[in-house]
Write a protein that binds this ligand. Structure first.
Ligand code: GYE
Length: 332
């Protein structure tokens, strides 16, 4: 315990929260003003974030930082810059610091066993936030908190079938894929394809990754448009790529939302604005505001309470048929 307190103090100094942190780091004793300090130790969370690739991601980071601050938790935040190796390195440093719990949003689904076993050995609980992992070892993490990506894909497919319900021609679909081997991309693709599979006139004629990024979305869309002349629908795994793809369409005189029907996921303000401008036809929300739920679960976990292993947040669908005039600002 002594070592742990020492390390907590050290982290406090390292991340620049000196005085206050030192105070809260004591189990009991006397502060500099001579007041007695109760047994109230700051909870330290290590958070290995994916990166800063989209407005969605920035809102997600903000939500988690704000929720931790509101509960006076100390958050050690690391931006993984889209690299699994950076996230693994961050988790190892959290283990070395003996944080109380580790939050990780795994950039890809596989390759986490070693480092998560190290956390397990150090008895530090791990909560997966936003993105999930694939593993046979169910005790590597305490809970997953995020969206149901399969369901998002199904909602995208359902909109498409409604949209084309009164036509009989084939519908050629281009899929802008998120990061390969990431749980949102895999789930969104699977759910969508499951929904349209019994209707052979819906054809996904190409699927290429834009890595969830605006610039890559634009680049990939340019290349798709130069290769395929008969795209009817763009199904894009996130708004950042969609906004880039819209620019690529407009460059060559294609009218987004009319010449090519667009379905996008996330629900950023810019995508909702594009929906209102009729450049996008359907936006599936993916709620980035996970902070309160995560912090609440973490507190329960550290108190020894049972927590559910999966917590899905609710996502809405916004379409060109809805009245969006009263929709509050999205905040991301
Ligand atoms: O859709 C995208 C971000 O993991 C659900 O990652 C998240 C996705 C989100 O880059 O904008």
């Amino acid at each position: 315990m002594q070592k742990r307190l020492y390390l907590h103090r050290l982290i406090g100094l390292l991340i620049g929260c000196g005085g206050l942190f030192l105070l809260q780091g004591c189990e009991s004793g006397i502060d500099r003003q001579g007041n007695e300090v109760k047994d109230e130790r700051t909870i330290v969370l290590g958070f290995a974030q994916v990166g800063a690739e989209s407005s969605w991601r920035l809102a997600n980071t903000k939500s988690i930082k704000e929720a931790a601050t509101a509960e006076s938790m100390q958050l050690m935040y690391i931006n993984g810059e889209q690299k699994q190796e950076n996230q693994i390195k961050a988790i190892r440093s959290f283990i070395a610091y003996q944080v109380d719990a580790i939050l990780v949003s795994p950039v890809v689904e596989t390759g986490w066993e070693n480092v998560l076993n190290e956390a397990k050995l150090a008895k530090i609980p791990v909560i997966l936030t936003d993105r999930a992992i694939k593993t046979n070892q169910s005790d590597l993490y305490a809970a997953f908190v995020g969206s149901d990506f399969n369901k998002e894909g199904r909602m995208a497919g359902e909109f498409l079938m409604k949209k084309f319900a009164y036509e009989s021609d084939d519908v050629n679909i281009a899929e802008l894929y998120g990061t390969v081997n990431s749980s949102p991309a895999e789930g969104r693709s699977r759910g969508f394809k499951e929904t349209i599979k019994d209707n052979p006139r819906f054809k996904v004629i190409c699927s290429q990754s834009g890595d969830f990024m605006h610039s890559k979305g634009k680049e990939v869309m340019r290349s798709i448009l130069s290769t395929y002349k008969d795209i009817d629908v763009l199904y894009s795994h996130n708004d950042s790529m969609t906004l880039g793809a819209i620019e690529a369409m407009e460059e060559v005189g294609i009218i987004p939302g009319k010449d090519i029907i667009i379905i996008t996921i996330d629900g950023e303000q810019k995508a909702i604005d594009a929906l209102k401008d009729r450049k996008v036809n359907c936006v599936i929300e993916c709620n980035p505001k996970l902070g309160d739920t995560i912090v609440d679960l973490t507190k329960k976990l550290l108190n020894g309470e049972n927590i559910p292993s999966t917590v899905f947040v609710d996502d809405e669908v916004f379409t060109e048929w809805d009245d969006l005039s009263t929709l509050p600002p999205r905040g991301y």
